[in-house]
Write a protein that binds this ligand. Structure first.
Ligand code: SAM
Ligand code: SF4
Length: 371
């Protein structure tokens, strides 16, 4: 198959701090659900709210589980058993679910992801149809193919991209991703900026002994090109189950390395975004850290996820899913799909428990959920 998610603002979320030093998950306290009302068609739909009062306005939409890279922290060298064509939602099904999300559930932002979303056939047309529904629309990509598609995606209505790039060294890139494609990624980044898909964010997952010596280099590269650098703590979501906490480079370590080179001014966490941000003093450059493991931001989560095969997940780490594809293909009307969606979110837990004894890895790896 040929080839494509982002964030909003919750009400009822905990107040944010700029640099929490705790490792305890910030989990919300249960709340009385906001009563639902029947809205006229023109009014805002009732919020998609859970029992902790978190309002869900952001949809991470996976368009394929396939990928043209094999990042070592994500999947094995031989790849995975991909979904069959008939299992993946077609464009009309995707559109219908996004329309229900935007019109009936109050979703305001959609981030396209995968797998590698640029591998989805007919992506620009699908982007155009989703954009016409009105959400803020962004895409997370490994950048391969972006040089050729960025302008068309922008013209179709895509607002922004995040591009993953874990190293600037060609041999290291080839070893880490098992493909010699760094040139395509760098060209994709430049094309995204030229096309106006900004602010272009660069995502890197630092892994100890692999690329953690490039934290400053990557940041300098991003600053020089006007991209926003973001470091993501590695999570136990690799398909091969090889995640090792000791190899994870923590947000604290990332910041310590950056602080040796830059003076960092805390910006905080914009809206319910997962990244905490710092501005490099004396510049407009911003660097972010997504500390999913050591500084969980579950208390402010406003995200729901839809896999490429139409399974709704109320959390990246959820161990259960709601089968929206079965509803669509079984002839359910929009109200029934909306009800299933609301029931899934109502059942969302307070937060993930990585690091605790009770933590259970989800059955699907990151690439099949949509990061
Ligand atoms: N293929 C696209 C890409 O790499 O940007 C989109 C999908 S990928 C699953 C989305 C993001 O998840 C990427 O930034 C990637 O680095 C990150 N990611 C993948 N596996 C991860 C893991 N085990 N822990 C943390 N981040 C991970
Ligand atoms: Fe593919 Fe993205 Fe996973 Fe890398 S992180 S293997 S590019 S899905």
């Amino acid at each position: 198959m040929h080839t494509a998610p982002r964030t909003g603002a919750p009400s009822g979320a905990e107040p944010r701090t700029t640099a929490p030093a705790t490792t305890a998950p910030r989990t919300p306290a249960p709340r009385t659900p906001v009563p639902r009302t029947t809205s006229p068609r023109t009014a805002a739909p009732p919020p998609l709210v859970d029992r902790f009062g978190r309002v869900h306005t952001d949809l991470r939409l996976s368009l394929t589980d396939r990928c043209n890279l094999r990042c070592a922290y994500c999947m094995p060298a031989e790849g995975l058993e991909w979904l069959g064509r008939a299992e993946v939602l077609d464009d009309d099904e995707v559109l219908r679910l996004v329309r229900i999300a935007v019109h009936r559930l109050g979703v305001r932002s959609v981030r396209l992801t995968g797998g590698e979303p640029l591998l989805r056939r007919g992506l620009a047309a699908l982007v155009g149809r989703i954009a016409a529904l009105g959400p803020e629309l962004s895409l997370t990509t490994n950048g391969i193919g972006l040089a050729r598609t960025a302008a068309g995606l922008r013209a179709a209505g895509l607002d922004r991209v995040n591009v993953s790039l874990d190293t600037l060294r060609p041999e290291r890139f080839a070893a880490l991703t098992r493909r010699d494609r760094i040139g395509d990624v760098l060209a994709g980044l430049a094309a995204a900026k030229a096309a106006g898909l900004g602010p272009v964010k660069v995502n890197a997952v630092p892994v100890r002994g692999v690329n953690d010596d490039e934290i400053v280099e990557l940041t300098e590269f991003a600053v020089a090109h006007g991209y926003r650098m973001r470091f993501i703590e590695s999570m136990p979501l690799d398909a091969q189950g090889a995640w090792d906490r000791a190899a994870m480079v923590t947000a604290r370590e990332v910041l310590a390395r950056l602080a040796r080179r830059y003076e960092l001014v805390p910006v905080g966490r914009p809206g319910s975004a997962p990244a905490e941000e710092w501005r490099i003093a004396g510049t407009d450059a911003v660097v972010g850290v997504i500390a999913s493991v050591t500084r969980p931001f579950c208390g402010g989560c406003d995200r729901v996820r839809l896999t490429a095969d139409g399974q709704l997940r109320n959390c990246l780490f959820a161990t259960g899913e709601s089968d929206l594809r079965a509803l669509l293909r079984g002839g359910a009307d929009d109200a029934a799909v909306e009800a299933a969606w609301r029931a899934s979110v109502a059942g969302k837990g307070p937060g993930h428990a990585i690091g605790s004894e009770g933590f259970v890895r989800p059955d699907r790896p990151m690439s099949a959920i949509g990061g």
